[in-house]
Design a protein around this ligand. Structure first.
Ligand SMILES: *Cc1c(COP(=O)(O)O)cnc(C)c1O
Length: 371
């Protein structure tokens, strides 16, 4: 029995054509013309002035945090329920991650919890749009304005998503995206920082490129990274971006189809179709086992795996990460909603190449497992 992969990208547009142009022209490095074109088009789609392409979304977060000058003693508020990259960027900058729990229905950072965590050392809030729904940016931005905090928006999972009618990635001082193959637009590996601020954009460009200086190339005032994106990767990204509207439609259609197929399974909490501020884009189709189901996410995933269905667990919360516990961080902290989601949540095959027949097979397997 062939296994349905949890993600398979769609690469049947101009990807091959643009890649061949790279080979034919000899432009394969980050100096090639597709990188600039991807930056401009991607920024324009989100309505931002500057786009800085990077080698992945984790690097984009590091560069964004560094560009704001966050460092020793500065506190950055972020969700407990997110990928390690968010906390890693803060910790690597020497700053302190301060966690808030998420909302049990949206699985996103709960803006109501932010205020309690603001101290005299708080410098920024990192909002992370999770699994297809956005954080409500209106109350978050209001708090940031009131307390003079920077806002970093991690929109890695939020290509094409909007919040109160505005594109995700257009909020705050700086936003980041990932182009990993499970993201809505992929370059294989890749990422992007977006900002309207010329100074921040220049800092990001410099840090991406080892802080080489234009006048004296090998003479460095600051330390950067080599986090460049290649022309080959940008070529794939441009071909993907050409089809983003179709990709968004396809994801939404898949989300609605899964909902209908699974709605008679009482033990499953499904993703919300919409909130007051957004319509779900179903970046992945996440499921959370209700409390009366006698097994946890690991058990469900094992049973689905035996039936040839690929799955992924939900994030493991930041305060429960051994790497941070070993450093004595987050001692005694509890974020019960994130902890529960980590143990009860997983997602099912959600890639753009997934066929209706495959979705039917996933749904049939879930009915069997949950019976
Ligand atoms: C995928 C992802 C990242 C990291 O992106 P990479 O390109 O894999 O480094 C960061 N934040 C979130 C929310 C993500 O989903």
């Amino acid at each position: 029995m062939d296994t349905i992969p949890v993600n398979e990208p769609l690469l049947d547009g101009n990807e091959k054509k643009y890649l061949c142009e790279c080979i034919d022209s000899g432009w394969i490095s980050s100096e090639g013309p597709f990188v600039r074109e991807l930056e401009e088009r991607f920024a324009a789609r989100v309505g931002r002035r500057h786009g800085i392409a990077l080698c992945n979304g984790s690097a984009a977060l590091e560069v964004a945090v560094a560009s704001l000058g966050l460092g020793a003693g500065d506190e950055v508020i972020l969700p407990a329920f997110t990928i390690i990259s968010c906390a890693a960027a803060v910790v690597r900058a020497g700053a302190v991650p301060v966690l808030v729990d998420c909302d049990a229905a949206t699985w996103n950072m709960d803006p109501d919890r932010i205020k309690d965590r603001i101290t005299g050392r708080t410098k920024a809030v990192m909002a992370v749009h999770t699994y297809g729904l956005p954080v409500d940016m209106a109350p978050l931005q209001a708090l940031a304005d009131k307390y003079g905090l920077y806002v970093i928006e991690d929109a890695a999972e939020a290509h094409g998503l909007t919040c109160r009618g505005l594109p995700c990635g257009s909020f705050g001082n700086i936003s980041t995206f990932s182009f990993y193959p499970n993201k809505l637009v992929t370059t294989g590996e890749g990422g992007m920082v977006l900002t309207d601020d010329e100074t921040l954009a220049e800092r990001c460009r410099s840090r991406r490129n080892l802080c080489f200086q234009s006048g004296r190339r090998f003479y460095h005032e600051e330390l950067g990274w080599n986090y460049r994106l290649s022309n080959l990767q940008a070529a794939v990204g441009l071909a993907q971006l050409e089809r983003i509207e179709a990709f968004i439609d396809r994801k939404r259609r898949m989300g609605h189809r899964y909902r209908t197929l699974l709605e008679d399974i009482p033990g499953l909490q499904q993703p919300l179709a919409a909130t007051d501020w957004a319509e779900n884009i179903y970046w992945v189709y996440g499921l959370c086992l209700k409390d009366d189901v006698p097994f946890d996410a690991a058990g469900a995933m094992k049973r689905l795996g035996e039936r040839g269905i690929g799955t992924r667990p939900f994030f493991w919360p930041i305060h429960e990460q051994p790497v941070f516990k070993h450093q004595g961080m987050f001692a005694g902290e509890s974020h019960p909603i994130s902890e529960r989601l980590a143990r009860r949540g997983f997602y099912i095959p959600s890639g753009l190449a997934l066929t209706d027949a495959q979705m039917d097979r996933v749904a049939a397997a879930l009915h069997e497992v949950m019976a």
